[in-house]
Ligand binder design. Sequence first.
Ligand SMILES: CC(C)(COP(=O)(O)OP(=O)(O)OC[C@H]1O[C@@H](n2cnc3c(N)ncnc32)[C@H](O)[C@@H]1OP(=O)(O)O)[C@@H](O)C(=O)NCCC(=O)NCCS
Length: 160
Amino acid sequence: MSKRILPLDSADFEQVKEIIIKEWGSDYVIVHGDIIHPAELPGYKVMQDEKLVGLVTCMIKGQECEIVTLNSFQKGEGVGDALMKKVESYALSHQCSTCMLVTTNDNLNALGFYQRRGFYISEVRPGAVDEARKVKMSIPKIAENGIPIRDEITLVKQIG
Ligand SMILES: CC(C)(COP(=O)(O)OP(=O)(O)OC[C@H]1O[C@@H](n2cnc3c(N)ncnc32)[C@H](O)[C@@H]1OP(=O)(O)O)[C@@H](O)C(=O)NCCC(=O)NCCS
């Protein structure tokens, strides 16, 4: 069965919140020092039959669209790519000129994924995750790939 991309609506709130808790350790994330509740944001889901296989949340600030969370549950099949394309068109339709996101130094997969899609590194904040961990103690110290999680890396893409 083919996959469908749908915008999130209020009926998705509980499921999105559950996914955020499972994937990001709580119902909030800390990005550039801000506490953000992704389930309250606009976004898109990828559905295959009745199963949610991908989720992106984002927020618009002026002419910038920030991708807050991106998760694929069917990796390597184009789910992440389709969600990124959808967010870019959402951003364009809201008169944004850039998309940006923050990831962490350990996330080599995401760093590659975004840079292959036109994003470039615009800022590195050494120790920013160590600071966030003082508030959100569930942030692991070491990633599954063995890299200590310490720094925030901002990536930006010009879209308009
Ligand atoms: C980063 C992430 C969202 C990518 O999602 P994904 O669904 O695997 O992404 P895609 O399938 O679109 O692309 C990944 C690779 O799969 C391959 N691929 C994509 N579609 C494919 C297809 N139809 N057939 C074969 N291979 C395919 C490509 O090689 C692609 O690599 P590329 O960057 O060279 O194009 C996913 O790894 C993830 O959820 N990671 C954990 C959470 C995370 O780190 N989020 C981002 C941090 S904010």
